[in-house]
Write a protein that binds this ligand. Structure first.
Ligand code: PA5
Length: 313
């Protein structure tokens, strides 16, 4: 399997984190992260990790909620800098008085934000937006560190977890093999649901495969009922350390003769577990792409749609 940018992920993460120099940021009472797809996933991961400490709201849309004001810090993330939804929602946040910081490789975001006096963190390019995940994530983490402080040890552990996942490449290939030709139905401990959202996106974009995400405990009240029939799905169970609810779900899967692919996320702490899962499962989708004979980099319908939509604000 060609791991594309994955082998560089830990080095990229280290070099980005801490190297970002920003002007003063007013201490926010909430953080809004806006971005789509491979950029927006940064918001899901940061909400899982820090959402218990400070309200983090993730926007994957053209506008922002009415409560956004000067006490909100907006982090606008667009790998290309040309994604209309992200530009429009961040300008909308700015109109409401929110401080905005852009994270991008360039594009309209870099030029327009600079013209408007909005701070921009310019990050290095990757093979495709989603493979630039470490530069986008660790730039955003750096911004949040400046604004409200982040635990440096947990950040280090998250980089070590990527290295661990890179060593587990045969496990990644095994997971990918199990999912070939089926629709993965991903049941996940909701504390780390960003891993499942990212896995779904990677399955869609890299392996051109549909997928369903079922965060537990909510899925215990709906998705789990589908075990009563045979469907052409392959269940995946992603665990993140001790959780009696996950154990109960596993036993119900066994009672209904479902045979899920199981993955226990390695790593100390939530951020490390997320980075382990995202790295490992991303590689699983690259393995699938190779087996399916599809190009993991190409996303023709996204490109076409973006062209048709043009600038939306
Ligand atoms: O990974 C991808 O290619 C997509 O999911 C993009 O990230 C998405 O279309 C948004 O584009 P950008 O990240 O450039 O804002």
């Amino acid at each position: 399997m060609n791991p594309l940018d994955y082998r560089q992920w830990p080095t990229t993460s280290k070099s980005i984190y801490g190297s970002i120099k920003l002007g003063p940021i007013p201490r926010p009472s909430s953080i809004l992260i806006t971005g789509m797809g491979g950029s927006g996933i940064v918001g899901d991961v940061l909400r899982d990790y820090l959402g218990g400490r400070i309200p983090i709201h993730v926007v994957k849309d053209l506008t922002v909620p009415d409560w956004v004001d000067a006490s909100t810090l907006t982090i606008a993330i667009s790998y290309s800098g040309n994604t209309s939804e992200t530009i429009c929602s961040s300008l909308c946040a700015r109109e409401r008085g929110s401080a905005v910081i852009g994270v991008t490789t360039g594009g309209i975001m870099a030029s327009e934000f600079r013209r408007l006096g909005i701070q921009v963190v310019q990050v290095p390019t990757a093979t495709a937006p989603r493979f630039g995940f470490p530069q986008l994530l660790y730039a955003a983490l750096s911004i949040i560190d400046d604004a409200v402080g982040v635990n440096g040890k947990e950040v280090e552990e998250s980089i070590a977890a990527q290295e661990e996942a890179l060593r587990d490449v045969s496990l990644a290939e095994y997971v990918g093999e199990q999912l070939l030709g089926a629709v993965p139905y991903i049941f996940i401990d909701s504390r780390v649901q960003g891993v499942a959202v990212r896995f779904k996106n990677d399955l869609n974009e890299n392996a051109k495969t549909p997928a369903i995400v079922a965060p537990i405990p909510e899925a215990d009240h709906n998705d789990i009922v589908t075990l009563m029939m045979r469907h052409s799905v392959k269940h995946v169970l992603i665990k993140a350390g001790p959780n009696p609810v996950m154990e109960a779900v596993e036993s119900v899967f066994a009672d209904f003769s479902a045979d899920p692919v199981k993955l226990e996320l390695k790593g100390d702490g939530l951020l490390a577990k997320e980075l382990y899962g995202i790295t490992l499962l991303g590689m699983a989708t690259l393995h699938m792409a190779e087996k399916l004979g599809v190009d993991p980099v190409r996303t023709d319908p996204i490109d076409l749609l973006k062209k048709r939509l043009g600038r939306l604000c």
